[in-house]
Design a protein around this ligand. Structure first.
Ligand SMILES: CC/C=C\C/C=C\C/C=C\C/C=C/C(=O)SCCNC(=O)CCNC(=O)[C@H](O)C(C)(C)COP(=O)(O)OP(=O)(O)OC[C@H]1O[C@@H](n2cnc3c(N)ncnc32)[C@H](O)[C@@H]1OP(=O)(O)O
Length: 266
């Protein structure tokens, strides 16, 4: 995710939010950002796992291909206590709200798999560019984990690909390969892997060419109702999440899924 302001100010290699992935692990990680304390400077929010910058100081997401984001960190949702789940979910909400309502232009350069929470952050951007690799699936696959996508994930999906496509994809936990993601409107461009960043920058330039105040007011007009729906019921949404995730059956499903992931690795 590129933040326009930092880019325009010539600081594309600025502070990265979040921790690096564990060695040998995939980046689940945008929620490692401490979004609950000091106001998050979204201007400084880059794909947290992009490991370096090139000679021009630009981020080099190509250095870390294969995974854009593996979604929420399942280890944060398993075997913890209710207070932990509540705090975690509040942070998830906060990150999404700030991203979704940002007045900046945000372009997602999706250079790898993008399931569930990864997809929801990409959807909060203004535009999505996906690398053309059949392994790079994108979508909301929650049902395959035995859980339900929260209503605001669903709202963002419906806003992007429409009701019928969302209904089908959500129930099936379907992850779209690039060509289908493009066809259904989940992403705006599919390009060869080595052109993801340059295409994202071209898109950024296109959006930045529009007078800022007019673009920002329009963005807010388009997004306010969806964001307000969550803002009105944040606490209830946290309580729902906590009681849902604490169920024995849900914990069991998540543990089984996580175990499968770990075994698949070997
Ligand atoms: C009433 C309702 C009220 C409220 C709603 C309730 C609940 C809804 C709550 C939350 C919504 C959930 C959102 C999510 O984002 S859930 C996460 C979904 N993500 C996935 O399903 C992706 C799983 N991962 C993969 O498919 C692959 O890992 C991936 C394609 C991303 C990368 O494959 P690769 O082969 O490169 O790596 P792996 O060998 O598979 O993985 C390496 C390593 O990483 C661990 N891993 C992977 N994904 C996660 C994850 N999401 N969380 C934690 N850990 C993850 C994997 O186990 C391996 O670990 P290790 O063996 O320890 O190295």
């Amino acid at each position: 995710v590129w933040a326009a302001k930092a880019w325009r100010e010539g600081d594309p290699g600025g502070t990265r939010a979040g921790r690096r992935p564990r060695a040998g692990s995939v980046p689940t990680g945008f929620l490692d950002v401490d979004v609950t304390s000091a106001p998050l400077a979204l201007e400084c929010l880059y794909t947290p796992w992009a490991p370096g910058t090139d000679s021009d100081g630009a981020p080099t997401p190509q250095d870390c291909p294969r995974v854009f984001s593996a979604g929420l960190d399942l280890t944060e949702m398993c075997g913890r206590n209710p207070a932990h789940y509540a705090e975690y979910w509040k942070a998830v909400q906060e990150l999404w709200l700030r991203t979704y309502l940002s007045s900046l232009v945000l372009v997602a350069a999706i250079n790898g798999a993008c399931p569930a929470g990864g997809c929801i952050i990409a959807l909060a951007c203004d535009c999505r560019v996906l690398a053309d690799n059949p392994k790079y699936h994108i979508g909301l696959n929650e049902t395959l984990l035995g859980i339900t996508a929260p209503f605001w994930f669903k709202d963002a999906y419906v806003n992007t690909i429409g009701h019928r496509a969302s209904e089908q994809a959500l129930q099936l936990g379907y992850l779209f390969p690039p060509s289908e993601a493009l066809q259904v409107g989940l992403v705006d461009q599919v390009v060869p892997e080595d052109q993801v960043l340059s295409t994202a920058l071209s898109e950024m330039a296109r959006w930045l060419a529009v007078p800022d105040h007019a673009r920002q007011l329009t963005k807010n007009m388009m997004r306010k109702a969806t964001a307000d729906r969550l803002l009105r019921q944040r606490d209830a949404d946290i309580q729902n999440f906590v009681s849902f995730i604490c169920r024995d059956s849900i914990q069991k499903s998540l543990q089984v899924y996580l175990e499968k992931l770990r075994q698949r690795k070997g």
